[in-house]
Design a protein around this ligand. Structure first.
Ligand SMILES: *Cc1c(COP(=O)(O)O)cnc(C)c1O
Length: 503
């Protein structure tokens, strides 16, 4: 038995597939070969034997089914992980992304044979432009952070094309997600941190002081990670533009704005979409992300190549002919082939098509309503440091006077009530932060049950604090030593006894 727990207080052992293995058990029937058998070239062999576990299909299914029950999932329960938009992912997305004609296309096929795929990509570009108010969209980036990197590259290319080489400073609010400064750092640019004011807006005075002719631009999440829509957004954008900078919008929080505000109309020059957040691509289990980027008119020539376009307009008789084109001053290719087509684009295309314009607006309105409902229910029990009407999420303080209970303890105790914990200790500007994003897909009963649990936990923190310090109690694994897990990361598989990888 292999000890796969990192827990301090609980030890759980799970047999591996090797331990379940028994010589001669079979779970697969290989089809007869339709090509002649040939030996592999000796020189290319990495090893001479490879022990494989031998199990019947039913053993394998039960093993993985069992392991899967250790996971918490959106399909299993409420998942209010702030900033991550863990909405329910409609299952129709799964049907469409598995359509054989999508599955069996290859990115190197002649373009006449993949017109359907290109049509979907073209429409996706157009829809994202319409939703965001931008002039151009690339579908290539693999995730939000990759979109940020792509966007910042375009900003740098824009300044360079104008001979403006001094612009290497990026303004980033202190509420920002860590990927923002990381993306900027990857390009060797410097970061100037802009504080937030008491209402959770960008501090205008600090911004004004930081604005000079070395500013490449500003990366702003709006609504920000406190769930606050910046009340001075137009002034912020004007200050940055007046000093010659470009405005980058971190679109991770677009779920609050669909059909209500378009970042392009506000004056943003570039923004990434997180299709896996706003447009219901499953995430959190390592699945494919997708981070398309939209740009304003002055950046369209810098978009990654290729983009999908209509080569020949269609008419009553014929469908349009789609193809690729290369923007004039393109920063180049950001991803092999065309981004995450099936897992990302087809799923979110389906989501947008199913909702339509009115439906998307509903999504945002219910997301904001749900967050405000929860905030209102918790306000009396939990301190909300930036307490005004929130957008799709809000941040509470996970500590109480006269108690040594911390946000982490509250988060872990929530697991005993069968809820996924909120994001904790982020954003950094809130002490003992609990960042709660319910999303639009939850009904009032679920929101009430969650609020009741948090209120009960607040009572427990005074009466039975040890219950919180040692939580969770009912999960297959107890409290993890997260520092140890990060410092002594073990990713290697278990190997059968006596087996030497080198041989
Ligand atoms: C999720 C998130 C990102 C990064 O997006 P990924 O798709 O995870 O790379 C950036 N900013 C904010 C505010 C986010 O919530």
């Amino acid at each position: 038995m292999t000890d796969i727990s990192v827990s301090q207080n609980v030890k759980i052992v799970e047999p591996t597939v090797y331990e379940l293995s028994s010589v001669g058990r079979r779970g697969v029937a290989m089809p007869a070969s339709d090509v002649p058998e040939t030996a592999l070239p000796e020189k290319t062999l990495l090893r001479t034997s490879l022990p494989m576990p031998e199990l019947a299909e039913v053993d394998v299914i039960r093993h993985y089914m069992h392991l899967s029950r250790f996971n918490y999932s959106v399909d299993g329960g409420f998942y209010p992980l702030g900033s991550c938009t863990m909405k329910y992912n409609p299952k129709i997305n799964e049907d469409t992304c598995r359509l054989p004609r999508f599955i069996y296309t290859h990115p190197l096929q002649p373009i006449e044979t993949v017109q359907g795929n290109l049509a979907l990509m073209y429409e996706m570009q157009e829809w994202l432009k319409e939703i965001s108010g931008f002039a151009g969209v690339t579908l290539q980036p693999a995730a939000g952070a990759h979109g940020e990197f792509t966007g910042v590259l375009m900003m740098a290319a824009y300044h360079k094309s104008r001979g403006d080489a001094r612009r290497t400073k990026m303004l980033i609010p202190d509420a920002a997600h860590g990927t923002n400064p990381a993306s900027v750092g990857m390009l060797g640019m410097s970061v100037a941190t802009i504080p937030s004011d008491a209402r959770g807006n960008v501090d205008l005075e600090a911004l004004e002081t930081a604005c000079d002719d070395t500013v490449a631009g500003m990366m702003l999440t709006n609504p920000n990670t406190l769930g606050m829509f910046d009340e001075n957004i137009e002034k912020v954008i004007k200050l940055v533009k007046d000093c010659g900078g470009l405005m980058y919008g971190d679109g991770a929080n677009l779920n609050a704005l669909l059909g209500i505000v378009r970042p392009g109309d506000l004056g943003f020059d570039v923004m990434h979409f997180n299709l896996h957040k706003t447009f219901s691509v499953p995430h959190g289990g390592g699945g494919p992300g997708s981070g398309p980027v939209g740009v304003s008119q002055r950046l369209v020539d810098f978009l990654p190549s290729p983009l999908v376009t209509i080569v020949e307009e269609g008419d009553d008789e014929a469908a349009p002919l789609y193809g690729f084109f290369t923007p004039k001053q393109t920063i180049g290719r950001m991803k092999a082939f065309h981004g995450h087509f099936g897992g990302g684009l087809v799923r979110s295309y389906t989501y947008i098509a199913m909702h339509g314009a009115e439906g998307l607006k509903d999504v945002s309105q219910y997301a904001v309503l749900n967050a405000n409902y929860l905030q209102a229910r918790l306000r009396k029990t939990y301190k909300i440091p930036y307490d005004r009407i929130c957008m799709h999420e809000f941040v509470a303080e996970g500590q109480f006077e006269g108690s040594d209970v911390r946000a982490l303890d509250i988060a872990k105790r929530l697991m005993d009530y069968d809820f996924h914990p909120p994001t904790n200790y982020f954003p950094l500007i809130v002490h003992e932060a609990l960042m709660i994003e319910p999303t639009e897909t939850e009904n009032k009963d679920t929101l009430d049950a969650f609020a009741d649990a948090l209120i009960k936990i607040a009572e427990e923190s005074l009466l039975q604090p040890e219950l919180l310090h040692s939580a969770p109690h009912i999960t297959p694994f107890g409290r993890m030593d997260e520092v140890k897990a990060a410092r002594e990361l073990v990713l290697c598989c278990w190997l059968p006894e006596g087996y030497d990888l080198e041989k």
